[in-house]
Design a protein around this ligand. Sequence first.
Ligand code: HEM
Length: 413
Amino acid sequence: MAQIHKSNGVLDWLDQRLAVNKLMKVLVSEYWIPKNINFLWAMGVILTTLFAVLFVSGLLLLMYYKPDVNLAFDSVNQTIMQEVEYGWLWRHMHAVAASVIFLIMYIHLLTGLYYGSYKKGREMIWVSGMLLFICFSAEAFSGYMLPWGQMSYWAATVITQLFGAVPVIGEALVEWIRGDYAVGDATLTRFFMLHVCLMPIVIIAVLVIHFYSLRIPHVNNLDSEEIDFDIEANEYLNGDKKKAKVIPFWPGFLAKDFMYVAFFMIFFMYLVCFHFNFAMDPINFEPANALKTPPHIYPEWYFLWQYEILRGFFFDMFGITAANLGLLAFAFAGVAFMIIPLLDTSDVVAPAHKRPLYFIWFWVLVIDLIALSILGKIPTAGREWLGFGSSVLFLFLFIVALPIISIIEKRRG
Ligand code: HEM
């Protein structure tokens, strides 16, 4: 056993037993961040804050929510919104945070894409980040079902039905997911379990992996410069703080991030108090009714681009039915960002504005994602060709354009 002597304070007492000083050094005071970054690198900490808001507000909502098809709608719209003191506030915070976390995730993801933060040693950060995106998608989808309104019911029906297209086991799979022939009480309870138990556990585990995967390669910087963190850290520790290209995670980096988090929270609380409606679909204030299909079923704004790709193929091609083509494209869209390190194999690690072809690729992708999202909200008639064109462009950008850009960059050295 280690030598334990009389401690001269709480910290020393803990240090002798848990090596907290060493731990703090490894995790914060000697974990190095480049100086050459801007507010876009605060998105990770803002995302962590939003996850904490979702967690705490979710715990409070859980005290009154009832996962039963006969009680769920009223437990949300009557009990939480009208009877419980400040129940409306926690519900608005939960709904707005669920929507805004996707906005920030998209900014975070696009920043990584722009600066090539998925390359050369940073692949694990990228893949774990995309796993987080998929986990948050499952979390958001299962949460959307819980108020048991019209959109909850019909979105669940449409999305679970998609699994019916899986060859051979499709129908059995749909029934297994729903726990019944149609979306009903069994479906609600299992999605409730996913939302409040399984997905949060998985998300926390993947978050730990995401943070840990930053440890060795460190975060990227505005010039995508390959910094020797050992040399720069020594420079900093030897007192030449101005010349060193790095600062410690705490207090240097986090103190600034907290300022961004504070500004963000002002904006967030403004949305929660005055513009919460954007995060709640008006159709979902009508109780679920299996006999009345809403005229236009659509997902939340952050899934619209994927939804448009799903319905973008409206005629059969290459002997494959339109529905199956849409499904294949939708499945590809689900993994397209994750496999970017495999598609962009060029050795050039630089911000997009220093890679002319990639720069064009990046902005065409952003415009296409916006176009797909707008089209996804428009009812079916009249938008078919635009939807088809935007979906094909998305596939082209990933399957054809990016690998070709990589080859050209490699040839040019
Ligand atoms: C709620 C989900 C997420 C949380 C809490 C989170 C958290 C963080 C944090 C704290 C950092 C370090 C600081 C920073 O660069 O902002 C970071 C970096 C990073 N994250 Fe995430 N992240 C999340 C989702 C994602 C997603 C969806 C992606 C997409 C692939 C992603 C990819 C990255 C990359 C590539 C970096 C390194 C950035 C660089 O090297 O410059 N993360 N993340």
